[in-house]
Design a protein around this ligand. Structure first.
Ligand SMILES: [Zn+2]
Length: 69
């Protein structure tokens, strides 16, 4: 069986722009950021729209993918 290198499927359906956007957002989401309160790197997304610092416990409401509103 020959595997076809498919640019159809997901790619065609959503388009390159959106995929690029997703990659950017994904990267943003995964990237480490410092806690705005204590500066610890243990700051991350707890759930959609909520960011929490594991060190000082501060909770910040942000967007789904970033703390910048
Ligand atoms: Zn903190």
């Amino acid at each position: 069986m020959v595997k076809k290198k498919s640019l159809k499927g997901l790619g065609a359906r959503y388009g390159i722009k959106l995929r690029k956007q997703y990659t950017k957002i994904h990267f943003q989401m995964k990237s480490k950021r410092a806690c705005p309160d204590c500066g610890s790197q243990k700051f991350g997304r707890e759930s959609v729209g909520i960011w929490r610092c594991k060190k000082c416990g501060i909770k910040i409401a942000g967007t789904a993918y970033d703390i910048q509103l």
